[in-house]
Design a protein around this ligand. Sequence first.
Ligand SMILES: Cc1cc2nc3c(=O)[nH]c(=O)nc-3n(C[C@H](O)[C@H](O)[C@H](O)COP(=O)(O)OP(=O)(O)OC[C@H]3O[C@@H](n4cnc5c(N)ncnc54)[C@H](O)[C@@H]3O)c2cc1C
Length: 393
Amino acid sequence: MKRTQVVIVGAGPAGLLLGQLLHREGIDTLLLERRSAEYVAGRIRAGVLEPGTVNVLEHAGVATRLHAEGLVHEGVEIGFRGRRHRIDLKALTGKSVTVYGQTEVTRDLMEARAAAGMLSVYEAEDVALHDVGGNTPRVSFRHQGVVHEVACDFIAGCDGFHGISRRSIPAESLSVSERVYPFGWLGVLADTPPAWHELIYANSEQGFALASMRSPTRVRCYVQCDLTERVEQWSDERFWAEFRLRLGGEIGARVPDAPSIEKSIAPLRSFVAEPLRFGRLFLAGDAAHIVPPTGAKGLNLAVSDVFYLSEALRDSYREVPGERAERALDAYSTRALRRIWRAERFSWWMTRQLHRFPGDAFDSRLQHTELEYLFESRAAQVSMAENYVGLPL
Ligand SMILES: Cc1cc2nc3c(=O)[nH]c(=O)nc-3n(C[C@H](O)[C@H](O)[C@H](O)COP(=O)(O)OP(=O)(O)OC[C@H]3O[C@@H](n4cnc5c(N)ncnc54)[C@H](O)[C@@H]3O)c2cc1C
């Protein structure tokens, strides 16, 4: 291939879904991914889908298995000082969330892309972007020892936080806001039926824990850990003992020592690079922003970004090149950033209320007061619930 309309860099959920949405608009794409298809399909990450995300996946034609296998949750629980408080998402907002692993979303999108005959190059090495600020954008890469260069109209940088797209924009054209948290999440995936019905976010004396699941037979559980710790220091027995302690109560007592099938430590970070457009290059998903996972927003934001981007590209192709087409393209950054910052605020707020922070008694009392207010005030619960199920797209 010497030319395509849109080159998409990165086959995470953002890149794969963008390709699918553009395909349905009759726009051609080439997808370039650094890793192998097997690696991408096996990567364990997020798992809570907002109703808006489910709608976009339906619109993209990839929601059949999601509806058959996804678990609909009408509430979440918050554990604090030995008690559990349920936030009734359905009663408070009329909406629920769907538990369906990012791995499954990825698999559905990869299958749809292959079935539609869209071109993807996995194990693309040395991907480099050229003339992104000018009129002849191109992408070069090496595959199986051969160097290729593809000309295009636009480049979608969907290559995650460590990708090359954001780094291809001159620093002076990008404004960066960042907060790094003084702890990480140690996550374990295990094949055992969950001892809980809905996700439990626990703020305990020992630190945060999250009881989550991916299916009726598979759990995904996390504990807040020190950033200096390494996965090898955490045997399965040590993890489950700590998790039981933090979860507490009769549910904690029912958690078995299930062997882990994946175990990893992820640092927590809030990050936004803006604007999301530089010339012919657009950033989407983790390439542009990171949220701490406490609000379950990372995957959902990747989906809303590419939904907006697909509309902007579609609208610009419908115009003759000129001012109106440029305005359609500019609309992407403005629309997406509004939603991104709201998710950043909510993810920061959830993180702030649920973790143990190094700080003084004042910080700690404020956290307790905030949680007590949440448990007692319907207005506070509505605010949390409407953010958790996701603000409208
Ligand atoms: C370890 C981890 C755990 C997470 N857990 C949760 C969670 O529990 N809950 C939650 O809500 N969110 C979680 N997230 C966040 C969520 O998974 C991400 O927000 C989501 O994956 C973003 O999708 P994306 O497509 O933008 O980026 P990614 O999924 O990161 O995809 C980017 C793709 O680009 C590829 N790439 C990178 N560089 C290049 C290059 N130079 N050339 C070509 N391709 C390249 C990568 O290999 C990758 O396939 C987690 C993230 C991580 C990293």
